[in-house]
Design a protein around this ligand. Sequence first.
Ligand code: SF4
Length: 84
Amino acid sequence: MEECKKCLLRESAQEDVYELIKAKIEKLSEKEKSNYDLYSFRLSQCKNCENLISGVCMKCGCYIELRAAFKTQRCPLPYTDKKW
Ligand code: SF4
């Protein structure tokens, strides 16, 4: 499979993995979960980040669609470079 720079998982060819991630996100409680605006903001930041490859952040190794769904998670870049 070709690597897609700047792609979210849901936009790549890894539909089976995306379905698993989606199911995990759906199981999060409202208390754990980012709201729609926060989630959208985070994904837009990742899409413009050089560390995103095929839905995975090269700094933390996470699928960013899952990481961003957790309200308390943060971008792993050093404090001054953090994008969210
Ligand atoms: S470094 Fe931060 S902004 Fe970049 S892909 Fe990872 S989580 Fe997203």
